[in-house]
Design a protein around this ligand. Structure first.
Ligand SMILES: C[S@@+](CC[C@H](N)C(=O)[O-])C[C@H]1O[C@@H](n2cnc3c(N)ncnc32)[C@H](O)[C@@H]1O
Length: 322
């Protein structure tokens, strides 16, 4: 059952709904539809403005799609971040799920890596034993991720990629599993939410795709003056740690605002930890302050948000993040 459901998502035929499954190109699928409330049978047909996709972001990452695995290149800071984020995800999952596989502590868990890029985080999670589906709207990044993971026999049966968005995946889930619970034990969105056009759609789709009790892991940037100075002025314009234009400060979000958004979509935030990048050593460390970067762990506490919240979230005024 577990594996057959995973297989259906991972092996969905290419071209069905024009979304490549484990393919190399991304074609815009039908209008994303998201249903936040199953038990009230409330279906909200989302307009194009409620997609998470910002076309400028997709273009930007498209131009970088061949660079993911250059450890000294533009994604060096993401490679280094694995030293913090992989144990963060592993340890929180192990506090809930007991393991019977010493070398593969996450064996038996299904993880969705949203905005996986070239698979920098997808791969280590697969090596810990999880079955991981990495999705990203940039088809060429998915191509890079597939090519890279294919050289590791350990990952062949555990890691799969698709060029699609979260809302497309959750719409498929809705069609196939009317009224059923989500299918993933965990969703990971690392350094992704600051690139999305609509966070309400993201949070609602995460809730749909997770099993009750499932974990959501997010790393992102706080919306403070310090994050503007360090992430935009220093990292992009002075030190060139990441390409100029990578970040739009307006899309950064404070932990408090993210917590409110997640709680209105059926999550309970369990922990928020500050993270700090040292541009000289190229290493990340945990910090008491969340003023710049932070990692958040939330748990899906119920299947659906209350009806009135879902109605609000399907109204145009809920697109606060755009
Ligand atoms: C900074 S990269 C992070 C990549 C990866 N999570 C990592 O940490 O190595 C941001 C990623 O978000 C992806 N992205 C942009 N818009 C997205 C969307 N609407 N849904 C999912 N991913 C998106 C980009 O294509 C890019 O791969």
């Amino acid at each position: 059952m577990y594996w057959s459901k995973l297989g259906r998502v991972m092996l969905a035929p290419c071209g069905r709904r024009a979304v490549a499954a484990c393919g190399f190109s991304w074609t815009a699928a039908r209008s994303p539809r998201s249903v936040c409330v199953r038990n009230q049978r409330l279906t909200s047909v989302r307009s194009a403005s409620q997609t998470t996709v910002d076309p400028d972001e997709v273009r930007r990452f498209q131009s970088l799609a061949s660079k993911w695995w250059d450890e000294q290149g533009q994604f060096a800071a993401l490679h280094a971040m694995n030293d913090l984020r992989v144990p963060f995800i592993r340890d929180h999952l192990l506090s809930v799920h007991t393991t019977r596989h010493p070398g593969k502590p996450l064996a038996g868990l299904k993880i969705l890596d949203v905005g996986c890029g070239g698979g920098l985080l997808t791969e280590p999670l697969g090596r810990l034993g999880a079955s991981v589906l990495g999705i990203d709207p940039v088809g060429d990044s998915i191509g890079t991720a597939q090519l890279h993971s294919s050289s590791d026999p350990d990952l062949r049966d555990r890691v799969c990629y698709r060029a699609c968005t979260l809302e497309e995946l959750s719409a498929e889930e809705e069609e196939e599993e009317e009224q059923g619970p989500g299918q993933f034990d965990a969703i990971v969105a690392s350094e992704v939410v600051e690139h999305l056009a609509n966070l309400e759609t993201f949070a609602c789709s995460c809730s749909l795709m997770l099993k009750p009790g499932g974990s959501l892991f997010i790393t992102t940037m706080n919306k403070t003056s310090l994050s503007y100075v360090l992430a935009i002025i220093a990292a992009e314009q002075l030190l060139h740690i990441v390409p100029r234009g990578t970040h739009d400060w307006q899309k950064f979000i404070s932990p408090e605002e993210l917590e409110r958004l997640l709680e209105s979509n059926g999550f309970s935030v369990q922990s928020v930890q500050g993270m700090l990048y040292n541009p000289v050593s190229g290493a990340w460390s945990w910090a008491n302050s969340t003023a710049i970067n932070y990692a958040l762990h939330a748990v899906k506490v119920r299947n659906d948000p209350p009806a009135e919240q879902a109605e609000e979230s399907s109204s145009p005024s809920a697109d606060a993040h755009s």
